[in-house]
Design a protein around this ligand. Structure first.
Ligand code: KG4
Length: 286
C-alpha cells in the first residue's frame, strides 16, 4: 500500500460515500445524532482525511463529534451482526496491522491479554501470498487456494509462556520452503499455513478462556473472514461448549459501519471529542 495514494483515494471518495450512505438510509443530514470517525491506529494521511471531514461536518451541522479507536471499531462490527451480543467476552482481534487477544469487559472497557511480538497475522498472510505469487491482499487469495490443498506440511509454531503471539517464524518458514523447493505444492503450502496459524489462534483462545473463565469468544478484523479460522473456532465451540461469534464477511474488512457502531457506544457513554481531535497513527487500546 502506498500511503500517499491511499490518502488521495480517500479524498476522492469520502464525500460521495457519505452522501450515498445518507441516501441509502433514506435520511437527511439533519437526522444524524452524532458524527463518528476513526482517528487511529492507521496511516496518518488517510486518517487525517476522515478526521478533517468529520470535524467539518460536525461543525457545519452543529452535531457532536466522536473520535473512535479503529480497533474498537472492528470489535463493534460484531454488534451489528449480532444485536443480542453483549460484553463481557474475549475478542481475537486479527487484522493487517494488529493481532491481539482482548478482554472486552464492557462496551468501552478493554484489557489487552496478549499481542503479537512481530508481524500481525494479516501481514503474515499478505507476505506469504506475495512470495508464492498470489498478489495483494493475500489473505482472501490464500483462503481460496488452500481449499484445494491438504495441510500436510509441518510448519513451526512459536510458544510463549503468556498470551503473546509471533507470526514471523512461520511466515519465514513458508517463504524459505518455497525458495528451497520451488516445486512444493502451493495449495498444500497455503492449506498448511492456514491450518497452523488457525491452531495457534485456537490454542491462545483456550488459554484466554482458562484465564478469564469467559466462555464467549468474538473474532474481529479482516482475517476473521478466513474460512479455516472460522471452521476451527466452530469446531472448538462444539467441543468445549463455547459461544463463538464472527462478523458477516462484509463487516470483517475495514468499513465505516463498524466505526459508527463503536461511535454509538462511545456517544452513549458521553465520550465526545472536540475540534482539536487529531490523527494518532499508533493509538493503542485503553
Ligand atoms: O482489518 P483489515 O481490513 O485492515 C486492517 O485494519 O488491517 O485487515 C486486512 C487484512 C489483510 O492482511 C488481508 O489479507 C486480510 O485482512 N484478510 C484475510 C482474508 N480476508 C482479508 N486474511 C485471511 N483470510 C481471508 N479470507
Amino acid at each position: 500500500m502506498v500511503p500517499e495514494i491511499a490518502s488521495r483515494n480517500h479524498v476522492e471518495v469520502i464525500s460521495n460515500v457519505m452522501k450515498k450512505a445518507v441516501n441509502e438510509a433514506k435520511i437527511e443530514l439533519e437526522d444524524i445524532d452524532a458524527i463518528a470517525c476513526t482517528y487511529g491506529p492507521g496511516l496518518v494521511g488517510a486518517l487525517l482525511v476522515g478526521v478533517s471531514y468529520a470535524k467539518a461536518l460536525s461543525y457545519a451541522l452543529d452535531k457532536p463529534l466522536v473520535g473512535v479507536n479503529h480497533i474498537k471499531g472492528h470489535i463493534a462490527a460484531n454488534y451489528i451482526t449480532y444485536p443480542e451480543l453483549k460484553p463481557p467476552f474475549i475478542c481475537m482481534m486479527m487484522s493487517g496491522g494488529n493481532t491481539q487477544i482482548i478482554q472486552v469487559k464492557d462496551y468501552n472497557t478493554f484489557e489487552v491479554l496478549g499481542k503479537t511480538k512481530d508481524d500481525a497475522i494479516g501481514e503474515a498472510f499478505d507476505k506469504v501470498a506475495r512470495v508464492i505469487g498470489l498478489g495483494y491482499p493475500g489473505g482472501p487469495k490464500i483462503d481460496k487456494l488452500a481449499k484445494s490443498g491438504q495441510p500436510n506440511i509441518e510448519l513451526p509454531k512459536t510458544h510463549f509462556d503468556n498470551l503473546n503471539f509471533s507470526f514471523s517464524g512461520i511466515k519465514t518458514a513458508v517463504i524459505n520452503l518455497h525458495h528451497k523447493e520451488p516445486d512444493v505444492n502451493k495449495e498444500d503450502l497455503a492449506a498448511s499455513f492456514e491450518e497452523t496459524v488457525s491452531n495457534i489462534l485456537v490454542e491462545h483462545a483456550i488459554e484466554a478462556v482458562k484465564l478469564t473463565r469467559i466462555k464467549k469468544i468474538v473474532l474481529a478484523g479482516g482475517v476473521s473472514a478466513n474460512t479455516c479460522i472460522r471452521r476451527k473456532f466452530d469446531e472448538l465451540s462444539k467441543k468445549d461448549d463455547l459461544q463463538i461469534y464472527y462478523p458477516e464477511i462484509k463487516l470483517c474488512t475495514d468499513n465505516g459501519a463498524m466505526i459508527a457502531s463503536a461511535g454509538y457506544y462511545e456517544f452513549l457513554a458521553g465520550n465526545k471529542s472536540n475540534l482539536e481531535l487529531n490523527a494518532i497513527p499508533n493509538l493503542t487500546l485503553s
